[in-house]
Design a binder for this molecule. Structure first.
Ligand code: SF4
Length: 84
């Protein structure tokens, strides 16, 4: 992730919540989110405000999930890809 190794423990310690997927986990920190909406515009199948859970990583490809998470301007979204 952005060249830095990030672990689940590191993210959860910082207040991120994990959303489990088959090939990738997406993490979200509501305290950092700036509500700019790049995520829901980027892939409304993965990110849907009001749904529970609001993030479903398996509703898109791993590549697309990475792409959309990287468009988040605040750093509220992170991901950890699963081992191949
Ligand atoms: S793109 Fe990031 S900052 Fe914007 S709404 Fe989504 S999570 Fe929040």
């Amino acid at each position: 992730m952005n060249g830095e190794p990030v672990t689940q423990e590191m993210l959860e310690t910082k207040g991120y919540k994990r959303y489990h997927g088959e090939g990738i986990d997406i993490y979200y920190n509501k305290d950092i989110c700036a509500h700019i909406g790049n995520c829901v515009r980027g892939n409304p199948d993965i990110f849907e405000v009001g749904r529970r859970p609001w993030i479903i990583p398996d509703n898109g490809s791993v590549e697309n999930a990475v792409y959309v998470v990287d468009t988040c301007p605040s750093g509220a979204l992170k991901y950890i890809r699963k081992e191949e």
